[in-house]
Design a protein around this ligand. Structure first.
Ligand SMILES: Cc1cc2nc3c(=O)[nH]c(=O)nc-3n(C[C@H](O)[C@H](O)[C@H](O)COP(=O)(O)OP(=O)(O)OC[C@H]3O[C@@H](n4cnc5c(N)ncnc54)[C@H](O)[C@@H]3O)c2cc1C
Length: 51
């Protein structure tokens, strides 16, 4: 049984976690560790700046 930890829940980490979840069998765990509690979709950050 594998315990896979993905560091960073940005675009790369989030997609990787979903791919791992789909690809690994049910006997394996996937954990995602992120710096903060919120997901940030980086390409949309300019929209925050302009309200
Ligand atoms: C304004 C802007 C517009 C963009 N537009 C596009 C676009 O249209 N199309 C496109 O393909 N790409 C676009 N990009 C590029 C794209 O956003 C990045 O290539 C992509 O976000 C990189 O993904 P990443 O997972 O490597 O990093 P990120 O998405 O930045 O994720 C990194 C994650 O790691 C976390 N983290 C950082 N330090 C730690 C730590 N010490 N411990 C735990 N977690 C940590 C962060 O909180 C974050 O969630 C754009 C970028 C910008 C800035």
């Amino acid at each position: 049984m594998a315990n896979v930890v993905v560091l960073g829940a940005g675009l790369g980490g989030t997609i990787m976690a979903y791919e791992l979840r789909d690809g690994l069998g049910a006997g394996h765990t996937v954990s995602v560790v992120n710096k903060g509690a919120q997901y940030s979709f980086v390409p949309s950050n300019p929209w925050v700046a302009v309200g």
